[in-house]
Design a protein around this ligand. Structure first.
Ligand code: OGA
Ligand code: NI
Length: 357
């Protein structure tokens, strides 16, 4: 390799510009494998569970049980009555749409810095051969406050910074609320999961998927599981595209108005020793309309070891075998970087599994 042996992302075209300048889709975006994949049709369509957060403290424990099976059997669910004000969600959606509609020069004020995925650009690209996603993104670290790179936070629209701040605070509260109930469901003291997330990194990935004439040949966001702990996803406009892999088929998610889509990330799968699942998902694009979404990732504190929680490994006073390795955050970062560089992006979780016969 040449002198520039840095771990940064290789420069690739801005997809929004590409999409608006020509109808020809470059070969690097064409995914031949899509032809062979099964997508569930609407008649066999299944809906992910919907959890009513206002009922989680109910006496009969019914909603809590629903949350538990959603985390265990699905890894994906929607939450309603979640306590995040409608005003801040609408403001966030409006500001994001306005940001992505700005001229490229304005958006480039928030461009990714070398060696970092934070800022405006495309997700990690490591080789010239790698297929590319049909989408741009703005990734911003929002918590803890001392990790913010405020220079990258968009100045246009002028309300965006304040909106991001408010949205970040409200979503962190919601994530903490879910983590408390999840701990109870896992038979832990209610603070146990929460404390591992104290001062953890929260990052917002704002996705922009332009329309594509050959929408069924490209992919907005390639199949992946989230490396984070817990993700709270919002679809910004009415265009759908999120799909999860369930029983070997791609199942579309139909977002409920005002709900958040929640998914278990790799870290919680590991901490729960596999009781909760981090499910593979992807985003497809629309022929005619742009699609936008916001994924808010919540991560454990960088100083805690990532591994099955000791309390989880004791069931009915018996010690259970760990199904995953334990790793420090620093080693995790190295491993995650190495997996990317190897170009085998099968996900971090596969590398953490302990093989048992
Ligand atoms: C993500 C993600 C799905 C979507 O950003 O990690 O899975 O609907 N997004 O954009
Ligand atoms: Ni994701």
């Amino acid at each position: 390799m040449a002198a520039k042996e840095v771990a940064g992302s290789l420069p690739v075209p801005n997809v929004q510009q590409l999409a608006s300048s020509s109808n020809v889709v470059p070969i690097r975006y064409i995914r031949p494998e899509l032809k062979l994949q099964r997508v569930s049709s609407d008649d066999e369509y299944v809906q992910v569970p919907v959890v009513d957060m206002s009922k989680l403290d109910g006496n009969d424990g019914g909603e809590l049980a629903k949350l538990h099976s959603a985390c265990r059997d699905w890894g994906f669910f929607q939450v309603i009555n979640h306590g995040v004000g409608e005003g801040v969600i609408l403001k966030m959606k409006a500001d994001i749409q306005e940001f992505f509609s700005q001229p490229i020069q304005v958006k480039m004020d928030s461009a990714q810095l070398p060696d970092s995925i934070e800022g405006y650009g495309q997700a990690f690209v490591v080789s010239e051969e790698q297929k590319l996603d049909w989408g741009d993104m703005l990734f911003i670290i929002t918590q803890p406050i001392n990790r913010r790179n405020v220079g990258l936070w968009p100045k246009i629209p002028s309300s965006f910074r304040a909106t991001l701040e408010q949205y970040s605070t409200e979503l962190e509260k919601l994530a903490r609320c879910l983590l408390t109930s999840m701990a109870r469901n896992l038979g832990l003291e209610s603070e146990k999961l929460l404390t591992t997330f104290n001062e953890g990194l929260q990052g917002m990935r704002m996705n922009y998927y332009p329309p594509c004439e050959q929408a069924n040949k490209v992919i907005g966001l390639a199949p992946h599981s989230d490396g984070s702990g817990l993700t709270l996803l919002t679809q910004v406009n009415e265009v759908q595209g999120l799909q999860i892999r369930k029983d070997g088929k791609w199942v579309p998610i139909h977002p409920i108005q005002g709900a958040f889509i929640v998914n278990i990330g790799d870290m919680i799968e590991i901490m729960s020793n596999g009781e909760y699942k981090s499910i593979e998902h992807r985003a497809i694009v629309n022929h005619k309309k742009e699609r936008l979404s916001i994924a808010a990732f919540h991560n454990p504190n960088a100083n805690v070891m990532i591994g099955p929680l000791p309390d989880i490994l004791i069931k009915d006073q018996k010690q259970q075998a760990a199904k995953y390795k334990s790793i420090s955050h620093q080693d995790y970062m190295k491993l995650a970087g190495k997996i990317k560089l190897d170009g085998k992006d099968k996900g971090f979780i596969h590398h953490m599994k302990i093989q048992t016969e």
